[in-house]
Design a binder for this molecule. Structure first.
Ligand SMILES: O=c1[nH]cnc2c1ncn2[C@H]1C[C@H](O)[C@@H](CO)O1
Ligand SMILES: [Zn+2]
Length: 355
């Protein structure tokens, strides 16, 4: 069998469910926007700045990994900055062959220069609209929905949940909580999750990354999460190939796991790509998806994450198609729209690659 290269993977359609807008900026854009905003960076040369992010995020700790976001969030405080970052995000994902993406960010982190929450969302949506239209003219079709994140250490989740519901017809497709996990359990935000359920809205929860099974259990059984952001530590409930009650529930209910291999290695949630639990979770037929988390901090892309898995686990087009269809089935857009992307875009392309 001919090995699948990174360039081959770029050509294949991919679906991405877990990508942070403030974790995917182009280094050159940060340098330009920081100069305008008067924000001091650790490096002023774009190439060295890119390397700085990867090295600083490579810390073995989620808390230290998250400190690097101070330099991206600082340049996303104006409509111009937000629009530019969203537009470039759409172009970069589309050029990497991503055909469907859900991109998340925390509006409450972008209010330092006087923007309102609604103005933040509007600027991001305008950037995505322009970026997607431009990508289409370059022959790269992409659909992007946004997830609004509330920071789990803060107390604005109800407000952000209401913002997400208010903007559900203009591009917001779901809600999430993120930030340091240890000490900030999902149930802190139970009111927001119960509100979202009453509104028939969709949400995922970062759980089972830096903290283990209790976080996953709360996210699902108390809060009603549709998907798990990471969820990688579900393996703590698996011995050999024998599943405990919680891991059985997650598998039986087909709860999607938004796995992010490179990010997990950087924060210490997994020892290496080769030893990442994604191999076991694939073999046990969990609803596994593969994601970038933060392209800037991990120096990665969807194609690179897939190429790493091909190399580590010997996976081929059949596994890459399985991951892609799993992601598309788990997306927060309506069923008929998910199905259309699977049948019209993903399956025909992989049928050719598999032939
Ligand atoms: O992997 C992550 N775990 C928890 N929080 C995260 C992760 N990646 C990014 N974040 C945080 C930092 C960002 O500022 C915020 C919103 O995107 O979400
Ligand atoms: Zn994340």
């Amino acid at each position: 069998m001919v090995a699948i290269s990174h360039a081959d993977i770029v050509q294949a359609p991919k679906a991405l469910l877990h990508d942070h807008l403030d974790g995917g900026l182009r280094p050159a854009t940060i340098v330009e926007l920081a100069a305008k905003a008067g924000h001091r960076l650790p490096e002023d040369d774009p190439e060295r700045l890119g390397e700085w992010f990867v090295a600083a995020a490579d810390s073995g700790s989620l808390e230290r990994y998250l400190e690097t976001f101070a330099h991206t969030v600082a340049v996303m405080q104006t409509e111009e900055g937000l629009h530019r970052v969203a537009r470039e995000c759409a172009l970069d994902l589309a050029a990497d062959g991503v055909v469907y993406a859900e991109v998340r960010y925390a509006p409450e982190q972008h209010l330092e220069r006087g923007l309102s929450l609604d103005a933040v969302v509007e600027a991001v949506h305008a950037g995505f609209r322009d970026g997607c239209a431009e990508a289409a003219t370059q022959g790269n079709q992409i659909r992007i929905g946004t997830l609004l994140t509330a920071m789990r250490h803060a107390a604005r989740s109800q407000e952000i949940a209401e913002l997400a519901v208010r903007c559900r017809d203009t591009g917001v497709v779901g809600f999430d909580i993120a930030g340091a996990e240890a000490g900030f359990p999902p149930t802190r935000h139970l009111d927001a999750f119960e509100y979202l359920q009453r509104e028939n809205f969709h949400f995922t929860i970062h759980a089972g990354e830096a903290f283990g099974l209790p976080s996953i259990w709360q996210a699902i059984q108390w809060c009603g999460a549709d998907r798990l952001g990471h969820g990688v530590r579900i393996v703590d409930d698996i011995v050999g190939t024998s599943l405990g009650r919680l891991s059985s529930y997650v598998r039986d209910k087909r709860i999607p796991l938004e796995l992010c291999p490179s990010s997990n290695v950087q924060t210490g949630a997994a020892p290496s790509i080769a030893e990442h639990p994604i191999g076991l979770l694939h073999d046990l037929r969990f609803r596994v998806t593969v994601n970038t988390d933060n392209r800037l901090m991990s120096g990665t892309s969807m194609s690179k994450e897939m190429a790493l898995l091909v190399e580590a686990f010997g996976w081929g087009w059949s596994e890459l198609q399985w991951l892609t269809i799993n992601a598309m089935k788990s997306a927060f857009i309506p069923y008929d729209e998910r199905l259309a992307i699977i049948t019209d875009v993903i399956k025909p392309a992989y049928a050719k690659l598999l032939a």
